[in-house]
Every structure is written in structure tokens, then in C-alpha cells.
Ligand binder design. Structure first.
Ligand code: SF4
Ligand code: ZN
Ligand code: ZN
Length: 325
């Protein structure tokens, strides 16, 4: 049985890239410190700011929330846990239940943003009526709601539970497809545009999927193990995923080095997501030309561009952002 490199107790995880085995207590400390260090190193959120934390009900965002809240207490920023109920039937009900159990366990409140309540249709309805793939509809809806929520609530950034493995896969895919600026937007911090595009931050940038899972299990965090029924891994994604697993096996630490250099590259390139965007004439949100994707989608399915309706709905949910004294 492997022993903890710090205290000699039974180890629960072997971190090959760090050449350490850690017990539950030391792994918890290590994971939380890695997240806090990433927040500080990459300047994700500063003292006095606030961050919307997107909590899906899955293990990754469950693993994001406690270290983010801890870092917020230590560094002096505010966290607004937010769950987007996408309207994907039983799966969404399970996710919501997991988020409720998680936030209850952590003693925090989550704002629940219900897509169906906002516009009268969920992602499943929109996908069926438009004939578009559910994940592409879901992507449009998620991006729109999270960005609009951040703007309506006046929070400074949106934090998501994307971890090192997710991001390395997307980055490598972008590079292989020749989308270098796309890869640069997978940085830990992606700037927004004043008043219409929120800053996006990725506090789990330097921790991998297995670490998130071990942390969630060790901390007994509630999360759903049910996968979305629409989960689909394309053949290029599957190939890259396997390639990254092989890299991990033979060269532990290389993936982290790759993503750290991508973060440096992104900083020097300073990709601005606001560049090339105009404002949607229907709702005032970012658009690459004319009516935004969300207003176009809802207009074609519901007969009405629903952007403004969403913004009003979100305004009605606006949480209090003052830090407790
Ligand atoms: Fe949305 Fe597709 Fe993810 Fe399901 S698998 S949550 S539909 S993006
Ligand atoms: Zn230990
Ligand atoms: Zn719009």
C-alpha cells in the first residue's frame, strides 16, 4: 500500500507528474492550494471583485466550488454559485438535485436560472423544434445565459469547471485544425468587453480530471454521475483524448507544461474576444454581425427573439453581491 509522501499515512492518490503520493488530508490541502495558486498566478479574480461560478451538478464544478469559496475568503472576493437548468428532462432534474445537495452541504446558496421559465422552452425543446444538434443549441444557450447573467448581476467574471484535461484536448484540437487564436482563447483568463462580454476564468486550469474526481470523492461532495443523454465524443476528440492519455502515461507533467506555455502565449497574443463583435440589434448582446445566435435561434423556433426576455428574467434573479462583514 502506497504511503503519503508527507505524513506516511495511507495514500489515496498517486500524482505521477508531481512525484508524490498523498493521503486524503494532504491531497485536499494540495488540491485547494493548486486552485488558489492558479487564481493568484493568472490574476483570475482580485480582491473586491465577484465571480459567477457555474455549477452544473457534475463532479468538475463540484470540485471547483469549495476551493473557489475558500480562496474567495482568503483573497477577498465574492462567489455567486449559479446553476443553469437547461431543460434536458430527467437529466436536468438530477443535476439540479445534485446542486441543491452540494450547496446545502457547503452552506451556500445557488441562484437557479431556469431556461424554460425564462423563455418557455428548454434546450431539448429548442433542439427538437429547430432540428439542430442538441449540443450546438446547448452551447448557444449556455454561453448566452451565463454571459447575460454576469452582465445583469454586475459580476466581474464567469468561472467554469473546465479542467486541465478538457482544456488540453480543446487546445490541441484547435492547433491541429489550424485555429491558433481559438487555442489562445483557452487561457486561464479571457478578457471580456466592457458592458457586453464578461471575463471568463478557469480556476481548474492546472488540475486534471482525475484530481477533480478524487477531490470530490474524498470531500464527499454530492454530484451526479449520470452523463447527459446527448453526450457525444467525435472521432477526432476521441483520438486526441487517447493521445493525451498516452502522453500522461509516458511523460507525466508534459500536458501541464504544454498548457502553461499556452497560457504564456495567450498573454503575449492578448486575444480579445470583444474584437470582431458588434451588438445584437434585438438584445444588445455580443454578435459577430447582425442578430446574435441566441436571438436568431429563438426567433426561428418561438417566433420571438428572446434575448431581451432573458435579460429581464435574469434581472429579476439578481443576487446580493455585498461581502458579509
Ligand atoms: Fe449540453 Fe450536449 Fe453537454 Fe448535454 S452533452 S449538457 S446537450 S453540451
Ligand atoms: Zn498525508
Ligand atoms: Zn440577441
Amino acid at each position: 500500500m502506497a504511503r503519503c509522501s508527507k505524513c506516511g499515512r495511507r495514500a489515496v492518490v498517486k500524482l505521477r507528474y508531481a512525484r508524490m503520493n498523498l493521503c486524503a488530508e494532504h491531497f485536499t490541502q494540495y488540491f485547494e492550494k493548486r486552485v488558489k495558486d492558479a487564481i493568484v498566478k493568472y490574476g483570475l479574480v482580485s480582491s473586491g471583485e465577484s465571480v459567477l461560478a457555474a455549477v452544473s451538478g457534475g463532479k468538475d464544478s463540484a470540485a471547483l466550488l469549495p476551493p473557489l469559496i475558500k480562496a474567495a475568503d482568503e483573497l477577498g472576493f465574492k462567489v455567486v454559485p449559479t446553476h443553469l437548468d437547461l431543460g434536458l428532462g430527467e437529466y436536468s432534474r438530477e443535476c439540479l438535485e445534485a446542486v441543491r445537495r452540494l450547496t446545502r452541504a457547503l452552506g451556500v446558496d445557488a441562484v437557479v436560472v431556469d431556461v424554460k421559465a425564462a423563455i418557455g422552452a428548454g434546450v431539448a425543446d429548442l433542439a427538437e423544434a429547430s432540428g439542430k444538434p442538441p449540443c450546438s443549441v446547448c452551447g448557444v444557450v449556455k454561453r448566452y445565459f451565463l454571459n447575460a447573467a454576469a452582465l445583469e448581476w454586475g459580476v466581474d467574471a464567469v468561472a467554469t469547471g473546465h479542467h486541465l484535461d478538457d482544456l488540453a484536448l480543446y487546445a490541441l484540437k484547435n492547433i491541429l485544425l489550424g485555429e491558433l487564436m481559438g487555442a489562445a482563447k483557452l487561457a486561464p483568463r479571457v478578457e471580456g468587453g466592457e458592458g457586453f462580454l464578461a471575463r471568463r476564468v478557469r480556476p481548474l486550469y492546472e488540475v486534471g480530471e482525475r484530481e477533480c474526481l478524487v477531490y470530490a470523492i474524498v470531500k464527499e461532495l454530492p454530484f451526479t454521475r449520470t452523463a447527459c443523454p446527448n453526450t457525444y465524443i467525435g472521432s477526432l476528440d476521441a483520438t486526441i483524448k487517447q493521445f493525451l492519455l498516452n502522453i500522461d502515461e509516458r511523460h507525466p507533467g508534459l500536458k501541464l507544461r504544454f498548457m502553461r506555455s499556452l497560457a504564456r502565449l495567450a498573454r503575449s497574443l492578448r486575444p480579445s474576444p470583444a474584437a470582431g463583435y458588434g451588438r445584437c440589434p434585438e438584445c444588445g448582446m455580443p454578435s459577430r454581425g447582425g442578430v446574435c445566435g441566441f436571438c436568431r435561434l429563438t426567433k426561428s423556433v418561438l417566433g420571438e427573439a428572446a434575448g431581451r426576455r432573458v435579460r429581464n428574467y435574469l434581472r429579476s434573479l439578481r443576487p446580493t453581491l455585498t461581502n458579509p462583514a
